[in-house]
Design a protein around this ligand. Sequence first.
Ligand code: GLN
Length: 312
Amino acid sequence: DRHPAQTQLQQILAQTHARLASVQDGAVANYIPALAVVPPDLFGLAVATNEGKVEEVGDTAHPFTIQSVSKPYGYALALDLLGQAAVRRAVGVQPMAEAFNALVLDPARSRPFNPMVNAGAIAVAGLLGDALGAQAFPTLQDRLSRAAGRPLTLDQAVYHSEAATGHRNRALAHLLHGAGVFGVAAEEAVDIYFRQCSLSVTARDLALMGATLANVGTNPVTGAEVFGVEAVRDTLSVMFTCGLYDGAGDWACRVGVPAKSGVGGGLLAVVNRQLGIGVFSPRLDAAGNPLRGLLACEALAEELGLHLFEPS
Ligand code: GLN
C-alpha cells in the first residue's frame, strides 16, 4: 500500500506527463550522428525522495547519455579530493552569458567562468587527471554510479563519436593547458571529459543522483556516502546560478531550484533535503536545454511548491 502523499505525487507526475507528452517544440542534438538518431518523442519523468522512494512515469527506463549532467558530479569529486581553494583557483563560480561550448575563459583570471560549461568541466577533468592519473575516469564513474545506486556503463558509440568530432572541446583543453589550469596533457583531459559525457543513464538514475545531492551526499536508497557535505553545498550553489547555461536566470525565477541539463535530453533538478527530479526529453531549446523537461519541472515546482523562495 502506498502512503497517501506518495499516491498524490504519482498523480501529479502522471498528469504533468500526459499534459506535456505532445509538446514537440525544439530539436534533438545533432552535432554527432549517435545523438541525432534518438527518437525525439521519448519522455520520462521520475522523482526520488530523501527517504529513498521513487515515483516514475513514461520512458524512465530508456537509456541515454548523461552528457553535461555529469558536470556537477565531476566538480563535487574534485572538491572532495582537492578542497575548495585549489578548485576555485582553477575554475570560477560566475555565470557566463554565452553558449555552453563557447571558447572563452574569464580574461581577468585566465580560468573558466564556471564548472557547468564545457571549459569548466574540461578544466575539472584535467584537475582529476592531475590528481588521479589513469584512475581519474574510473573514479568518476564509480562516484556517479554510487550516486545513481547502480553501475553506470559507457555508451561506446557515443564516446567514439564524441572523440572523433570534438574539435571545439579539444581546442578548449589546449587553451586551458596553455593557461596552466592543469598539468596533464590536453588530450588526456578531454578524453576524461568525453568518457564522462558518454555514460549511459535513465531518468530514474538522474532522479536518484539528484536525491543523493538533496540528501547532502548520501544515496537515500543504498546509504552510500558519495560526496562530502561541503562539496555538495558548493556544487548545488553553482548548479543554481549556472546549471542551465544562459537559461539559468530564467530557470531560477520560474523553477527556483538547482538543476543541470545535458544535450542527450537529460535534466536533473534538486530540491534540497527533499527530493531529486530526473527527466528524459531529447528535444532541446536554443540554449541546449531539454524543452519539455523545463516545462515539466516548472509544473512540478508549481504543483508541489518546490521553489526555494516560495513564501510558505
Ligand atoms: N558532449 C557535449 C559537448 O561537449 C556535452 C554538452 C552538453 O551536454 N551541454 O558539447
